[in-house]
Design a binder for this molecule. Structure first.
Ligand code: SF4
Ligand code: SF4
Length: 357
């Protein structure tokens, strides 16, 4: 199976370029262990963030209010991702998302973030997406064909993000990348009741005028601390949540149908999740979760013979493999790691039978 061969080859190539100590450090890192979710694997470019957006969840997760660059070098990060046993490597491999528990383009981490993206693009080739509240750097135009840049905003005023550059500045920098041929998507995240919807048409119309054509709307998730911070900014989320927990995040119950309808009326392609934007930007497809399938489904191919070969290489003998529409059926049970890898490599859900052969 191509993704398996590519993985072994990439690991070997990177081991030839790294010192043994560096490979050991990378293998100990959580990027080399964490199972990707259907929507892909996230790369952390730093620890902490000073921008203090009112709705941000990282502080409840224990991250600090100052940023420091992540400890791995770009080659180590590429190696950690390739060595992660769950991750499929290659152009159609696991989706890679940069910027989930920090802002990647802070002055402290910008160079490293671009370095991570360049190393993953050069050595693995997996589809990369980056989301930002800073004006994205122009050099992103050279990172990867199909790179997806998400410009994250909640409204045009930026009143919940007082320390971040103004949303208009972010959008204009995104438009500059659009002019350079990069895929840039409007990421309205999170949709905050009585904030995002107040001037949504103005925000969307401005983005359209700048050249944005795709949009993703993200749900607000709150803890008790986030709800209290939002309250201090004049936003009351209590009508939209049943319970608030100190650490566990709860998605607010606020229908997005109206914001979606407004975006469609203005001519936007509305995608169901950020990973869908990564898939579409790279001209690919995915059917891994209930929000999809996404992209050009004709391109989703799974060859039962190749899957059997992969399973043999992993020690499963005589497995029955059938590709049934948008899913793979096996007549045996396989390990969680192998199942996730197979799903990542094919972008199709795997259903198992009983009993290992
Ligand atoms: S920029 Fe992102 S990580 Fe930083 S505070 Fe805002 S939401 Fe949190
Ligand atoms: S099917 Fe679509 S929404 Fe679901 S994981 Fe794949 S790209 Fe994301």
């Amino acid at each position: 199976m191509e993704a398996w061969t590519a993985k072994l080859k990439t690991i070997k190539t990177l081991e030839e370029r790294l010192a043994r100590e560096e490979t050991l450090e990378a293998r100990r890192d959580h990027h080399a262990k964490r199972p990707p979710r259907p929507c892909g694997i996230t790369i952390h470019t730093g620890v902490g963030c000073p921008l203090a957006c009112a709705y941000c969840y990282i502080y409840d997760m224990g991250f600090p209010g100052a940023a420091s660059p992540y400890r791995l070098t770009p080659l180590q990060m590429a190696y950690a991702i390739a060595a992660n046993p769950h991750v499929a490597v290659g152009e159609w491999g696991t989706l890679v998302a940069v910027g989930s528990v920090t802002e990647p383009f802070l002055p402290e981490t910008k160079e490293l973030a671009v370095g991570y993206m360049k190393a993953v693009a050069a050595y693995l080739g997996n589809p990369i997406q980056v989301s930002t509240k800073m004006p994205p750097p122009a050099e992103l135009a050279d990172v990867q064909k199909g790179l997806d840049v998400l410009i994250s905003v909640t409204d045009l005023s930026g009143r919940l993000e007082p320390k971040a550059p103004s949303p208009a500045d972010r959008l204009r920098a995104g438009a500059e990348l659009l002019r350079r041929g990069v895929n840039v998507t409007l990421f309205v995240r999170p949709v905050v009741p009585d904030v995002t919807d107040r001037e949504l048409t103005r925000l969307l119309a401005y983005a359209r005028e700048l050249g944005f054509r795709r949009v993703v709307f993200g749900t607000l998730r709150v803890t008790a601390g986030i709800a209290a911070r939002l309250k201090a900014f004049g936003v009351d989320v209590r009508p939209y949540v049943k319970e608030l927990h100190p650490r566990r995040q709860t998605a607010i119950n606020y229908p997005k149908s109206r914001v979606v309808a407004t975006a469609k009326e203005l001519g936007f392609e509305v995608l169901p999740a950020s990973c869908a934007s990564n898939v579409v930007a790279h001209g690919q497809a995915c059917a891994l979760c209930r929000w999809g399938p996404c992209g050009d489904l004709k391109k989703l191919r799974a060859d039962p013979e190749e899957i059997r070969e992969y399973l043999e290489a992993r020690g499963y003998r005589g497995a029955g493999v059938a590709v049934e529409g948008l899913r793979i059926r096996l007549n045996i049970k396989i390990s969680r790691v192998d199942k996730i890898f197979l799903e990542q490599a094919t972008r199709l859900p795997v259903k198992e039978g009983a009993g290992r052969n």
